[in-house]
Design a binder for this molecule. Structure first.
Ligand SMILES: Cc1cc2nc3c(=O)[nH]c(=O)nc-3n(C[C@H](O)[C@H](O)[C@H](O)COP(=O)(O)O)c2cc1C
Length: 222
């Protein structure tokens, strides 16, 4: 099967079905399929994927945090305010992955190499997390994509959210999320879609909501 066969089925979700809940076994199979397909500098995988099962109350709380983050970011927009439907998936998602930084020890090979060459193991230092975020966020994107492929292969759907508080105090203050010690990289939801973003848009909106042109993104230098 070609990569297109899986990934062409992916589309951003507005609502998940609440009467068609993937089992924990299915989710674990997806994660165990996706994880080894991702890669990481020195095999460190310096992130933690917190896997949250079905819990409507907690999901609603998480959704409120994302919508509030949008409100705080936009400021007072008066009558123009409307809730962002592309955050709704966080509310109805049966399964939610919250991916945060993790202080990661080296494997024996990497530890030996560091010892031999005097190289510092930056992924093992909590103080390095703010500096490491840019690089490690790339790795989170990679595992999110391999998990996405596994989700699609199971006939399920997945969506992403980066609109959430970047202040750890807000996560610590929200009951139910005490395990979040560093603010997340990404929220990824998994379930069976009831409504996709493209189905929730007007024909005119869909025509205008194009991806950036290939030549804006890719440029052959030689
Ligand atoms: C990493 C990532 C994070 C995203 N976070 C948000 C978000 O915070 N808020 C939002 O409205 N949409 C978010 N989206 C959804 C995109 O807006 C959506 O994927 C895009 O409009 C393209 O639609 P499609 O995924 O159906 O092709 C995110 C998408 C990606 C890839």
């Amino acid at each position: 099967m070609a990569i297109q066969d899986s990934l062409k089925k992916r589309a951003h979700v507005v609502h998940y079905k609440t009467d068609d809940i993937p089992t924990r076994d299915t989710i674990e199979r997806i994660l165990r399929t996706g994880y080894p397909l991702a890669t990481s500098k020195q095999n460190a995988f310096p992130y933690k994927v917190w896997v949250l099962g079905p819990n409507a109350e907690r999901s609603n709380k998480l959704y409120q945090m994302t919508e509030q983050n949008k409100i705080d970011f936009d400021g007072d927009v008066g009558d123009k305010y409307h809730s962002n439907p592309n955050l709704f998936h966080v509310k109805s998602a049966p399964w939610t992955l919250i991916i945060t930084p993790r202080v990661a020890p080296p494997n024996p090979f990497a530890a030996e190499q560091c010892e031999l060459t005097g190289t510092q193991w930056e992924m093992g230092r909590e103080s390095f997390i703010p500096d490491g975020r840019e690089s490690w966020g790339i790795e989170v994107g990679m595992v999110a994509k391999t998990i996405t492929g596994a989700v699609c292969d199971e006939g399920l759907d997945t969506s992403y959210c980066i609109c959430f508080p970047k202040q750890i105090e807000k996560w610590q203050a929200a009951s139910g999320f005490e395990f979040i010690k560093y603010f997340p990289y990404l929220i990824q939801t998994i379930g069976k879609a009831d409504l996709y973003k493209w189905q929730n848009m007007s024909e005119d909106g869909l025509k205008k909501d194009t991806r950036a042109p290939f030549n804006d993104v890719f440029e052959f230098v030689d």
